[in-house]
Ligand binder design. Structure first.
Ligand SMILES: N[C@@H](CCC(=O)N[C@@H](CS)C(=O)NCC(=O)O)C(=O)O
Length: 204
């Protein structure tokens, strides 16, 4: 029997939560060693030094979106559609997630959540303000993309939704201004209600 796939990293991280939620959604046999990138035993595992890290019987890759795609290749599913245009759209949102969406909230997460949690000093309000400008642009894009739709691509959840909605894992604690984005709020509620997201909801 094959060993469980390991998705290494503290599940508080939205980047760890993405592939973990997908693994649960797909019903894969998965383990989650909750290591922090600062753990000395984590450092030798991968030169990138970031979580999440996938370990499939000694084969290791990092980057949450690449890990989600790898997991989809393990079993038949609709999360990473084979049809060319649908896949093109999913890929568009996966690249957008890394290039634009994550940088539009992660510095706020660091300033308002991680810093107080780890005792790393006061929140830098200039960073928060600058990030909120980026957030407004990307949230407006996402709000428009969700107009009249339940999911970002097609009629069912895909990796696009897992990537983008994972970013809102700590939206409340980050105090992200979502009040002007009704489509995002409704879609996020749908996404957080998926079994994989429910099983990986953060325990604060
Ligand atoms: N683009 C990467 C980002 C991974 C990332 O930045 N992970 C953070 C935790 S959320 C980390 O390991 N930070 C430690 C560091 O950068 O040294 C992904 O999607 O996996």
């Amino acid at each position: 029997m094959a060993n469980p796939i390991k998705i290494i990293g503290v599940p508080f991280s939205q980047n760890v939560r993405k592939p973990l939620a997908v693994a649960h959604h797909l019903g894969l046999d998965v383990e989650n060693p909750p290591m922090s990138p600062r753990d000395p035993e984590f450092q030798p595992l991968h030169a990138a030094g970031r979580i999440p890290l996938l370990d499939d019987d000694g084969f290791r890759i990092c980057e949450s979106n690449a890990i989600m795609i790898y997991l989809c290749s393990k079993t038949k599913n609709d999360l990473y559609p084979e049809e060319t245009k649908a896949r093109g759209l999913v890929n568009q949102y996966l690249f957008w997630d890394v290039a634009h969406w994550t940088p539009a909230y992660q510095p706020i997460q660091f300033e308002r959540l991680v810093k107080p949690m780890l005792g790393l000093g006061d929140t830098d309000e200039t960073v928060v303000e600058a990030t909120l400008v980026k957030f407004a642009r990307e949230a407006a894009y996402l709000e428009g993309a969700l107009k009249g739709r339940d999911w970002l691509v097609g009629d069912a959840p895909t990796l696009a939704d897992f990537a983008a909605a994972a970013g809102l894992t700590h939206a409340g604690a980050m105090r992200l201004p979502l009040e002007d984005y009704p489509n995002i709020r409704a879609w996020n509620e749908r996404a957080q209600g998926l079994e994989g997201f429910k099983k990986t909801a953060p325990q604060m």
